[in-house]
Design a protein around this ligand. Structure first.
Ligand SMILES: [Mg+2]
Length: 373
């Protein structure tokens, strides 16, 4: 089997209701999908997380000519080849996001050609249902009303875990966390995410104020560049720490894991290096007894790739405790998540059911896709 073409799809959509987090305000969504065609009739889809323009150039102009003619089933060999060709210029960032998209598409093809769902090719899943947590509670003008509506909706959908945004300043954060805790009730697991808005002292101060509200994890309390800062926060709080959505490859994750800066490692499959590299990060994490729960904030393609990875990832410690089996289920407005596939993953009572079709198991709706290009 040979790759005959790589096509880049840049998707853009304006949001009906803009929302903000600690770093900026979203008025639109944008993502990059990669479609890989072969001479055997199989096609594969991947997604890159990050700014579309440089990613489109990285895939379309730099990497594509290198992979046309290669067999997409040689996933390891292709990953090494592409990384070796780019390591001098970008060990992290855009070039890795581009490799990630290609790698996901290669795995999609490999599993389609094998006639099995991707998670099975990766090693199989212990359960057919994957419990998720709802990511929401972003900041908007009428956040009080919005938070109550969101809480009611998530409970109705069967979620028993939710994640909210913080990082707007200590006092405001404490108020927001109280509001969400009150809205979702005492039994729902509540996580909070500062998107690296704080220095260690402020993160510790916030953590201490909200510790009595039973926080499941504190995500990106400090800069992703500050491993010592993570360790300082960890030493001073009982709340587990999560992070890693801004980190890349096994080489980037290794010091965070070895030094136990994280309790939950969150590689994004669409930027950390794809399925191939995500599995290696998960192997490393298992050595250090650290949970892996992928960051997933993209389209249906990236979300599904994260689900297959999560289902099949190596685990440690072995447990049947449900709260340790959680994957992100973004609930913010995103038409690329909800409208570009003809057979969305079945979601029921707070859980995804693993797709049983070959490859990623989703069919792209080309007409819908074209509407966003
Ligand atoms: Mg996050």
């Amino acid at each position: 089997m040979k790759i005959t073409a790589v096509r880049v799809h840049t998707l853009r959509a304006a949001l009906e209701r803009p929302f903000a987090f600690s770093q900026w305000r979203f008025t639109r969504r944008e993502t990059t999908l990669v479609e890989v065609s072969t001479d055997a009739g199989f096609e594969g889809w991947g997604e890159a997380y990050g700014p579309s323009a440089p990613i489109a150039a990285a895939v379309g102009e730099f990497f594509s000519p290198l992979v046309v003619g290669r067999d997409p089933r040689d996933t390891e060999a292709l990953w090494d080849f592409l990384y070796a060709r780019s390591i001098d210029y970008g060990q992290k960032g855009t070039l890795l996001a581009a490799i990630s998209a290609l790698d996901i598409a290669f795995w999609d093809i490999k599993a389609r050609a094998a006639g099995v769902p991707l998670y099975r090719l990766l090693g199989g899943a212990p359960t057919e249902k994957i419990p998720c947590y709802a990511t929401g509670f972003y900041y908007s003008e009428d956040y009080e009303r919005a938070f109550r509506q969101e809480a009611a909706r998530y409970l109705e959908l069967g979620f028993d875990a939710v994640k909210m945004k913080v990082g707007y300043g200590l006092e405001r954060d404490v108020g927001l966390v109280r509001l969400v805790r009150e809205a979702v009730g005492p039994r729902v697991r509540l996580m909070m995410d500062a998107n690296h808005a704080y220095d260690p002292v402020t993160a510790i101060a916030l953590g201490r104020r909200v510790e009595p509200l039973e926080i499941g994890w504190f995500e990106e309390p400090v800069s992703p560049l500050d491993v010592e800062g993570y360790l300082e926060v960890k030493r001073n709080l009982a709340i587990p720490l999560a992070g890693g959505e801004c980190e890349y490859t096994r080489f980037g994750f290794e010091p965070l894991l070895r030094r136990r800066a994280l309790d939950y490692a969150q590689p994004d499959l669409c930027s950390c290096g794809g399925i191939s590299e995500g599995m290696k990060i998960a192997v490393l994490a298992s050595v250090y007894n650290i949970h892996v729960t992928p960051h997933a904030w993209g389209s249906a393609v990236g979300q599904t790739a994260a689900l297959h990875f999560y289902a099949a990832r190596p685990r440690q410690p072995f447990t049947t405790t449900p709260e340790l089996r959680l994957i992100e289920c973004d609930q913010t407005e995103n038409p690329f998540r909800t409208r570009i596939v003809t057979n969305p993953i079945r979601f029921q009572n707070g859980c995804w059911h693993l797709p049983e079709g070959p490859g990623l198991g989703i069919q792209i709706d080309r007409q819908a896709l074209a509407g966003f290009e």
